[in-house]
Design a protein around this ligand. Structure first.
Ligand code: ZN
Length: 479
């Protein structure tokens, strides 16, 4: 699963938008950045709230707000022009207007986090999840609705509530304790942030990269070291496939939940990245060893975020690459990879009324239709390059060009970067063909040329098939 891009009207986010920045007027009073001092507190009734003091530099636009839906939980707003006294500010529709901010200002308020989580119950705004409060920063940080996208934002967080801390995927600020840093353009898309009780450890994910790993409180059958090894192994598999970990410093949170297996996972990126994964309390080491969810979510880190209509490529890539990445790392077998593809890819075929991948957002077409696109692309690239290049090279090329999950790219730009890396315009051509029309695919013919057949639940290989060599190289274990 993957959190899709929230709508945003920010200057600088849309590709090609031009945003000239007027000259700054220097002032000794306020820094040339947006700064938030946040305290996690308990209200009189024992509910978790955030007390926030924001400082805005000169030239800040007057209109301030939070993510749509979170406005009713912002309270006690007061504004002070640079060094002057506080003035209460009432909400005006869904915004707070602070004309003082043109010359630099401070804004203080409280955010009723726990109440918002209870009442909103939306992971893009605020929700409760297995005892954790989850709310991305733009839901609780009042921010200018018009910003200069490269302006620096720093968020310093302290907790006054015993055992409750914040864990966020927002990049850690260098040299400043408990402080996070991103740009003003990234703030409205900043990733999952959770408040609660955690055990934390930085975990190695290969290629000199670490992730911030957190286990939310709750009794688990698996030991902390088993859980850390699970996150690390998934990270290493993804690093080995791409040549590096896509977004070092990603926050990965294991959330104890019901069941005996790894459950639902979610990834969100912007100014850093977060992955939240439900792990059943009864999940044992062997279930962790067999898990695919962590690898699927980490693959999302290696591809740019796109609009909702392009979910099929984000999910399709993660669905298609996950078994292959695990096979390369020795985490699953060649037979299991093909068993999954041969039994599941038919879910991705167009049904009556289908209007192409871009215009048919059903579960089957988004996950397995996207995966089928990836299989067709992979085979076509390999056929045209005599198996010298593959979809692997395309996705590595996209990542190398800066297309990780924190980037907002168009589909065309990503496919151009992928095609440049393989030297054949397969992604662009296939997109034109399958994106906007219902095109049937003869899966049996594909299995035949690759030398694959099913006997019950057993996959039988035919090494005399015309593309048996391609099939073998797709799952070959890497040293
Ligand atoms: Zn996904």
């Amino acid at each position: 699963m993957h959190r899709l891009l929230r709508a945003s009207a920010l200057c600088g986010l849309a590709l090609g938008a031009s945003c000239a920045r007027p000259p700054m007027t220097p002032t000794a009073i306020l820094p040339n950045e947006i700064r938030y001092e946040v305290a996690i507190e308990e209200s009189d009734t024992g509910s978790i709230e955030l007390s926030v003091m924001a400082s805005f530099p000169p030239q800040t636009a007057a209109e301030l707000s939070v993510t749509e839906g979170a406005e009713p939980f912002v309270k006690d707003v007061a504004v002070a022009a640079s060094d002057e006294s506080w003035n209460d500010r009432a909400v005006d529709h869904a915004s707070w207007f602070a004309e003082e901010c043109a010359n630099g200002c401070r804004v203080r308020y409280r955010f009723a986090l726990q109440k918002a989580a209870d009442e909103i119950d939306d992971d893009g705004v605020a929700m409760q999840s297995h005892g954790l409060l989850e709310a991305p920063p733009p839901a609780w940080l009042l921010h200018p609705l018009r910003v200069f996208s490269d302006e620096r934002v720093r968020i310093h967080v302290v907790s006054k509530v015993k055992d409750v801390t914040m864990a966020t995927g927002v990049r850690v600020a260098p040299k400043e304790k408990d402080t996070y840093e991103l740009t003003a353009g990234e703030l409205p898309i900043a990733p999952y942030t959770v408040f609660g009780k955690f055990r934390r450890k930085d975990v190695d994910v290969g290629a000199n990269a670490k992730i911030h790993f957190a286990i939310a409180s709750g009794k688990m059958a698996a030991s902390d070291s088993d859980l850390e090894a699970w996150a690390s192994r998934a990270g290493h598999a993804v690093s080995d496939f791409y040549g590096r970990f896509p977004i070092p410093g990603t926050l990965v949170v294991a959330i104890p939940s019901r069941g005996d297996d790894v459950g639902f996972g979610r990834t969100m990126a912007g100014g850093g990245a977060s992955i939240l994964i439900n792990v059943g309390r009864a999940t044992d080491k062997s279930a962790l060893d067999g898990d695919w969810v962590a690898v699927h979510e980490m693959i999302h880190l290696a591809f740019p975020s796109m609009g909702r209509e392009h979910a099929w490529i984000e999910e399709g890539l993660a669905t298609y690459l996950e078994p292959l990445v695990r096979a390369h790392a020795g985490m699953t077998t060649e037979k299991n990879v093909w068993l999954e593809f041969m039994t599941m890819l038919q879910n991705g075929l167009p049904r009556p009324g289908d209007r192409g991948l871009e215009r048919t957002p059903t579960w089957g077409r988004v996950y397995w239709g996207g995966a089928l696109f990836c299989l067709l692309a992979d085979l076509e690239i390999r056929e045209r390059t005599h198996n010298a290049k593959s979809l692997d090279d395309a996705v590595r090329g996209i990542l190398a060009a800066g297309g990780d999950d924190t980037a907002r790219w168009t589909m065309e730009y990503a496919f151009d970067k992928g095609d440049e890396a393989t030297g054949v315009p397969v992604l662009r051509e296939l997109y034109q063909k399958l994106g906007f029309a219902s095109v049937d695919v003869d899966l049996d013919a594909i299995w035949k040329k690759l030398g694959l057949s099913l006997q019950g639940r057993d996959v039988v290989f035919d090494d005399a098939a015309p593309e048996a060599a391609i099939r073998k190289s797709m799952t070959a274990r890497r040293p």
